[in-house]
Design a protein around this ligand. Structure first.
Ligand SMILES: NC(=O)c1ccc[n+]([C@@H]2O[C@H](COP(=O)([O-])OP(=O)(O)OC[C@H]3O[C@@H](n4cnc5c(N)ncnc54)[C@H](OP(=O)(O)O)[C@@H]3O)[C@@H](O)[C@H]2O)c1
Length: 281
């Protein structure tokens, strides 16, 4: 490893988030890491810079930004061994009222953003006949909750493309690893609550508090520490034969159970949890 360190590119490296911790965990394993984020967040990354971690701007919604970032890495090191498709945003709100432009934005980042990265990184991996792509899904992609249907759908999309990509990229010796995080402590909840600030729900006025609670749901005192989560995923991804999926973190047991339970069990649980077990009169 020391003579030819693995080159890793991570998207969406917010300070206090999972991507930031991925960068530290890969660097601990002697990888050369490119930590990236949107231009507005680059100041967050200053403390991360070291001889093993370089930073660069990368907006997963922009073809130009993605190709500039990838060309930069290739021009310096000639390869990308591991792509971590981590960038993502929450999308909270009742599906019957959440504006379509907000849903479109979440899909652009969470779903198409990952595929945009894949389409631009894969040619370089194919040329070297190897690499690993790690896509961040979510346990809620398997058991969607109320008040976050568009987020859950964007993660279900990630699950579906990951399963197809895994087979399509096998002939080129490229691994695809789908990660199902549970509830992981990060800036995700506060970002999601911030996005809700401008909404004045009409049909769902009476459920406002429950909707905000859903935005924060992954950020309880029991949530898994992002550094612990990242170290676990990194150790799995660096194995000679990485697993096809990694499920880790607080509440993964509950969501695994709900995802294979009869729908009445799931509905009972979520309607109680998110205060949907009463009629509006
Ligand atoms: N935390 C959890 O419990 C949990 C559970 C399941 C799955 N996940 C997934 O894990 C990943 C990391 O989440 P996290 O908890 O670390 O959240 P986070 O702290 O909010 O980090 C996500 C980062 O992605 C950035 N981002 C937003 N739009 C982007 C774009 N267009 N291009 C590049 N980066 C962009 C965000 O910037 P802004 O700060 O400006 O939005 C933020 O810095 C996400 O895919 C998330 O869906 C998290």
């Amino acid at each position: 490893m020391s003579s030819d360190p693995k080159v890793v590119l991570v998207t969406g490296c917010a300070k206090g988030g999972i991507g930031y911790e991925y960068c530290k965990a890969f660097a601990e394993q002697n990888c050369l890491v490119f930590a990236s984020n949107i231009p507005q967040r680059m100041c967050d990354l200053i403390e991360l810079q070291s001889d093993k971690i370089k930073t660069l701007e990368l907006d997963v919604t922009s073809d130009g930004s993605v190709s500039n970032a990838i060309n930069h890495v290739i021009s310096r090191y000639g390869k990308i061994d591991i792509l971590i498709n981590n960038a993502g945003i929450g999308s909270t709100g009742p599906l019957a009222e959440l504006p379509l432009h907000m849903i479109r934005n979440a899909f652009e980042i969470n779903a198409l953003g990952q595929l945009r990265m894949v389409q631009q990184v894969v040619p370089h991996m194919v040329a070297r006949r190897g690499g690993s792509i790690v896509n961040m899904g979510s346990v809620v992609g398997k058991a969607p909750t109320p008040w976050a249907g568009s987020y859950c759908a964007s993660k279900a999309y990630v699950h579906a493309i990951s399963h197809s990509l895994r087979l399509e990229l096998r002939p080129f010796n490229i691994n695809v690893v789908l990660v199902h995080p549970g509830a992981i402590r990060s800036t995700f909840g506060s970002n999601a609550v911030e996005r809700l600030r401008d909404y004045d729900w009409k049909i769902y006025r009476d459920f406002k508090d429950s909707i905000v609670e859903r935005a924060r749901a992954s950020q309880s005192g029991k949530s898994t520490d992002a550094a612990v989560f990242a170290r676990h995923v990194v150790s799995e991804v660096l194995r000679p034969n990485p697993p096809k999926t990694i499920t880790y973190g607080h509440m993964t047991g509950l969501f695994n159970f709900l995802s294979c339970s009869p729908l009445w069990v799931r509905d009972l649980f979520f309607s109680r949890r998110f205060k949907l077990n009463r009629k509006v009169v």
